[in-house]
Design a binder for this molecule. Structure first.
Ligand code: 3PG
Ligand code: MG
Length: 399
């Protein structure tokens, strides 16, 4: 891989130079208070930002947050992120109230060596996500004007062909930041030569999001454990009734086909926690998967499933986990996710947690982050990497 790195850039000397850093500061915000509920992605870019600050660069950070529709939308402002980033860096972060407008221009112009600015949400501009090359390019020109060099440390967004990820590096000397390097290093060991047994745990709500990765992983893995909302479409494919559980009807046939081709590698839940409603206080019970009542919905995997999955994980040497096993945000339906997470930490294996939700689950459940081998900051990005897809943000760094 012919990617230049942050160390190469630092070796050239960055003192007094403006360095534009694309970060993925797309953190979850509390729906009521708007407060940052998990700052993992902010902490993950500190090594890169800290090194640039120490080397005396003028650091201009840009990111998206949520999915605003190409125009300013206050609920997706990065302002709270600037505050938190400043606390973590131990120095104020100068916040620009627009992305490439008057505020951004003056904020960048006023930066002293070793200071950090954060631009407002990239996606407040239609050019960031546009499919039209010219529109994206015009926005990339404006962004590139804020840097003498570009660092991509936004691993969570490398699978997006967006202006700040794909078009800006074509306009500036570009390198990979510490986070992007580490993520690619770790994920490449999973695709190249994982130590066996290699066990993958997939959860989350939608089968359709995970189909491509299941296809790609089946030949490689020794075991594929499936829980979360997506397991019900697989259970249906086995001819079971799933009540009012999440079900992707048009995926049932595909799941049946995958099960037939999986050589017994796919393990599904044997029991689930079913509830009267999708609510934290809903009445609930554990039932066998062949006994799901027609009026109830599954919101977690059951204890026998946790035991079976844990046994499969206990002998693993390599583990990749993406997607919660149940609605872990509600304590009544968190035991499955907690049980699987604990089994992963107990295994004598190199474990990788992929993605926003699973990483947030690890922290929300109060598990020790250091007992996992690597916690990826990219959900979609890590899955697409494992699928073997070309990631636009990585490809752009290779050129
Ligand atoms: C994520 O949270 O998955 C990344 O920040 C990418 O966001 P996106 O899916 O809205 O492009
Ligand atoms: Mg996503």
């Amino acid at each position: 891989m012919s990617i230049r790195t942050l160390d190469d850039l630092l070796a050239e000397g960055v003192s007094g130079r403006r360095v534009l850093v694309r970060a993925d500061l797309n953190v979850p915000l509390d729906k009521q208070s708007g407060a940052i509920s998990d700052d993992g992605r902010i902490r993950a870019v500190l090594p890169t930002l800290g090194a640039l600050v120490e080397a005396g660069a003028k650091v201009v950070v840009c990111s998206h947050l949520g999915r605003p529709k190409g125009a300013p939308d206050p609920q997706f402002s990065l302002r709270p992120v600037a505050g938190r980033l400043g606390e973590l860096l131990g120095a104020p972060v100068h916040f620009a109230t627009d992305t490439v407008g008057e505020s951004a221009r003056s904020t960048v112009a006023d930066l002293a060596d070793g200071q950090v600015a954060l631009l407002e949400n990239l996606r407040f501009n239609a050019g960031e996500t546009s499919k039209d090359e010219a529109e994206r390019g015009a926005f990339a020109d404006q962004l590139a004007a804020f840097g003498d060099a570009y660092v991509d440390d936004a691993f969570g967004a490398v699978h997006r062909k967006h202006a700040s990820v794909f078009d800006v590096p074509a306009r500036l000397p570009h390198v990979a930041g510490r986070l992007v390097l580490r993520e690619v290093e770790v994920l490449s060991t999973l695709t190249a030569d994982p130590e066996r047994p290699y066990v993958v745990v997939l959860g989350g709500s939608k089968v359709s999001d995970k189909l491509a990765v299941i296809e790609a992983l089946l030949p490689t893995v020794d075991r594929l454990l499936i829980g979360g909302g997506m397991c019900f479409t697989f259970l249906k494919a086995q001819g079971l009734e799933v009540g009012t559980s999440l079900l992707e009807k048009d995926m049932v046939e595909t799941c049946r086909n995958l099960l037939e081709r999986s050589n017994g590698k796919i393990m599904l839940p044997v029991d689930v926690v079913v509830a009267d409603a999708f609510a934290p206080d809903a009445a609930h019970d554990t039932v066998r998967v062949d006994g799901i009542p027609s009026h109830r919905l599954g919101l977690d995997v059951g204890p026998e499933t946790v035991a079976g999955f844990s046994a499969a994980l206990s002998s693993a040497k390599t583990i990749f986990w993406n997607g919660p096993m149940g609605v872990f945000e509600m304590p009544a339906f968190a035991a499955g996710t907690r049980g699987i997470a604990e089994a992963i930490t107990k295994a004598d294996a190199f474990s990788v947690v992929g993605g926003g939700d699973s990483a947030a689950a690890v922290r929300a459940l109060g598990l020790d982050e250091s007992s996992f081998g690597h916690i990826s900051t990219g959900g979609g990005a890590s899955l697409e990497y494992l699928e073997g897809k070309t990631l636009p943000g990585i490809a752009a760094l290779e050129n």
